[in-house]
Write a protein that binds this ligand. Structure first.
Ligand code: ATP
Ligand code: MG
Length: 140
């Protein structure tokens, strides 16, 4: 498998509880390098645009409100098969259904406040890295 880059977001429930370092440890322990990282507040427009694929879903408005409720940490993670590896380390969307030892199982509060985002494909990763880090190369 190739070295890839992917985008991750540590969500407001994670910054609020000061568990961003603990979550980053999980990524680093599994061989992922944090090649760019920034703590910021999303504007409503940015959150709407970032999650626009979900615009028709019933949880969209609530998700946008949650994502702007506090600071987030946006980051580019790099490693062997990074896109799939990050999804695996995060676990299922709903913390109650996530496998033991995953970030969402151990830190997630609910299906919405599930602590982390990770790009779901290489194409999405390209778009999402460019969304936050226009100066960062999409490939290592
Ligand atoms: P993400 O895109 O954040 O990495 P995901 O790909 O596992 O998560 P998606 O289906 O893309 O899940 O949903 C995006 C986000 O929307 C979820 O991470 C969660 O915060 C929120 N969400 C998803 N389903 C629900 C739901 N049924 N109720 C409330 N919020 C939800
Ligand atoms: Mg998703």
């Amino acid at each position: 498998m190739a070295i890839e880059r992917t985008l991750s977001i540590l969500k407001p429930d994670a910054t609020r509880r000061n568990v961003t370092g603990a979550i980053n440890e999980r990524f680093e322990a599994r061989g992922l390098s944090i090649v760019a990282q920034q703590r910021l507040r999303l504007t409503k427009e940015e959150a709407e645009r970032f999650y626009e694929v979900h615009a028709a879903r019933p949880f969209y408005e609530s998700l946008v409100a949650f994502m702007i409720s506090g600071p987030v940490v946006v980051q580019v993670l790099e490693g062997e098969g990074a896109v799939a590896r990050v999804r695996e380390i995060m676990g299922a969307t709903d913390p109650e259904k996530a496998a033991p030892g995953t970030i969402r199982k151990d830190f997630g509060l609910s299906v919405e406040e599930n602590s982390v985002h990770g790009s779901d494909s290489r194409e999405t990763a390209e778009r999402e890295i460019a969304f936050f880090f226009s100066e960062i190369e999409i490939c290592p």
